[in-house]
Structures are given as C-alpha cells and as structure tokens.
Design a protein around this ligand. Structure first.
Ligand code: SF4
Length: 342
C-alpha cells in the first residue's frame, strides 16, 4: 500500500530517519549508558536483542541538534577557523566500551559534550549539577583520548533546553576518579546475573518508555495489573513488600516534616518579598534561591457555586483505568488472604 501523508506522518518520517542513525543502530554497550539503568546495561553487555525499537521524537531532536552543531564545526574546520587536529563527532573506545564524543579542542585540552534536555530538567541540573551518568560518559571519552596520547584537562557540557532554547554550560576539571568509579560499576554489572540486576527506573518514566528492552524487562507482570507486579512475581513475599510500603510512608512523612521545618526556619533570612534572590551561606556548598510569586489558582469553591447557580454539573473527567488506593489499616474480620481459602 502506498504511503500517504495520512498514513505516514512527519513523526513517522523522523522516527524512521532516527532508526537508521549509527547511534540508534549501535547494539553494543556504549559510554552513554554508563551509570544509568543497571538492568539495561546488563542486557547490552549480554548482547540481548532489543524488543522495542520505536525511538522517540525527543531523541530525534537531540540527534538533529548534534548533527547541526557537527556540520557547522566541520565547515569551520574545512575553512581553517578550527584547527585540523581538533576532533568533531569522533568515535572512541575505552576498556572495550564504545562512545562518540562531540568535540575535543586541542589548544585548551577541553572535551565538549552537547546534551539536549527539557526546561524542567535543566532547572534541576542548574541546582544539582550533571548527574553521575553524564560525568562518567564524558570522563569515559576523556580516558579514551588520554589512552591515545592526548591531554584532557577540562570537561565542558553544554545543556540545551529543547522547549525554551536556553543553554547552560557546566565546566569541570578532568577527574580520573570518575573513570575508576565507572569501570567499577561496569564490573559489578557484569558480575551480577541478568535477572538479578535492579530495574533502576519506573515503567512509566521516559527512560523505560524509550528503552530498547522495555517489553522484555517488565514481561511477566500480572495481567491487567501494574507492570511492577512483576517484582512480586519474582519475590512473592507479601509481608516484606507491605513492610517496605509502611517504611517508605514513614520516611516520606518524616522527610516532609523535616522539609517544612527547615524551609520555615530559613525563611528567617529570606531577603525578598517578590521575585527571585540568591543567598550564599558560609559553610554550605550550595546557594539558596528564594522565589516569591503569586500564582493564580482556580477557585474551585466559586466554580462549583457558579455551575450550581447555572443549574449545570461541574465537568469532570473519568480516568480510563481505575485509580488504586492502598492503605495500611488494622486487621479486621473480613480479610482477603492471597492464596488462602474462602
Ligand atoms: S525498561 Fe526501564 S528498568 Fe527496564 S531496563 Fe529499560 S530503563 Fe531499565
């Protein structure tokens, strides 16, 4: 059947393009997977065939941005603006792990990596710095270059928010400890049987949604139940799961109380009554950012009154799936015992 714009959309076109890119076709464990999900790394290291090859439009946008940056740099290099011994989109390998670095500038011994992200994630990065996986990936490239006889002094990560166009640059000195930590992590993953490797992301996260092993990873879950029910299938100790739930809720409650107390105490030194202000505190390695805003919220009580006055029901939406609430209550008489009689 001939493809038409009705059956083959722009998204289909872009995803098809992305599936043919060398990075998408790479099946071996790569540096971009260092420090991320241990189970995914395990599948890669075991040479497991991917079960999900759909890709994502976010990844396509990231790939296109990398290609555009590389094309400009290559043009500049051809024109002599960038030295011939600088590296652009260069494949490297270290300890048998393959990677593709974005740029290496010989004159400053700097390795530059481009990362596309969302504005929400960028705000988190600005506060917390790059995650371990990004540090290990870039240091892996650095280690590969050092093994080739080059000098690497500086790691630069340019984060670009796809939705706002904002750029944030992180710069750090090359730290060999990151390389040692990354290799230790790989050794541990290799030494652990595949089905004992932890699933480091939740099935409804963007990581799992676009993971090439998603179906394989969560298969075995109870039919029509949460994908995480596979964890129970693998370890059917209901009392231990219930204890874990009870502990988690207690910790969450304690953390919420601590957070409220600390936030309230630090309100003593807030300098602003509107807008944003940064406050440095001696002896603490981060700064406090106070933002005071006056967001407008829907007055639901008034909305209900208005609809009632108009004699109309407030519009509501029913979820497609039932929402499950799980409480821990004192045992009574009529209790369902899984696997029990009656
Ligand atoms: S589906 Fe999620 S938890 Fe499973 S291997 Fe992939 S990223 Fe890890």
């Amino acid at each position: 059947m001939a493809t038409t714009i009705a059956t083959y959309t722009t998204a289909d076109l872009l995803l098809d393009w992305d599936r043919t890119r060398p990075r998408s076709l790479q099946t071996a464990f790569g540096m971009s997977e260092l420090g991320d999900c241990r189970r995914r790394a395990g599948y890669r290291l075991a040479g497991t065939a991917a079960t999900n090859t759909g890709g994502s439009l976010q990844a396509v946008m990231g790939t296109a941005i990398h290609e555009a940056a590389a094309a400009v740099l290559k043009d500049q290099q051809a024109a002599g603006v960038i030295p011939a011994d600088d590296l652009i989109e260069h494949e490297v390998s270290f300890a048998g792990i393959l990677g593709h670095l974005d740029r290496y500038e010989t004159a400053t011994a700097s390795l530059v990596d481009i990362k596309t992200t969302s504005d929400r994630w960028l705000r988190k990065l600005k506060v917390q710095g790059p995650p371990t996986s990004h540090l290990w990936q870039t240091h892996g490239y650095g280690a590969a270059l050092i093994a080739q006889g080059r000098t690497v002094k500086r790691i630069v990560i340019d984060y670009l928010a796809r939705d706002t166009g904002e750029q944030w640059r992180w710069t750090g000195r090359f730290d060999p400890q990151h390389v040692r930590d990354a290799l230790e992590w790989v050794t541990e993953v290799r030494a652990t049987p595949l089905d004992e490797l932890p699933r480091d992301h939740q099935p409804d996260s963007a990581w799992c949604e676009h993971c090439p092993f998603r179906d394989l990873c969560w298969e075995g879950a109870v039919t029509d139940r949460d994908p995480r029910s596979v964890l129970f299938v693998e370890d059917p100790d209901a009392a231990s799961w219930a204890t874990k739930l009870e502990d988690a809720r207690a910790r969450k409650k304690a953390a919420e109380t601590d957070e409220k107390e600390a936030k309230g105490a630090l309100d003593a030194i807030r300098p602003n009554t509107a807008g944003a202000e940064l406050v440095a505190i001696p002896g603490f390695d981060k700064v406090l950012k106070y933002t005071v805003s006056f967001p407008e919220r829907i007055d639901t009580a008034q909305v209900r009154k208005d609809y009632a006055a108009a004699g109309r029901p407030v519009p509501t939406k029913k979820p497609l799936k039932g929402e499950v609430k799980l409480e821990l209550v004192d045992a009574g008489d009529e209790v369902f015992v899984p696997g029990g009689e009656g």
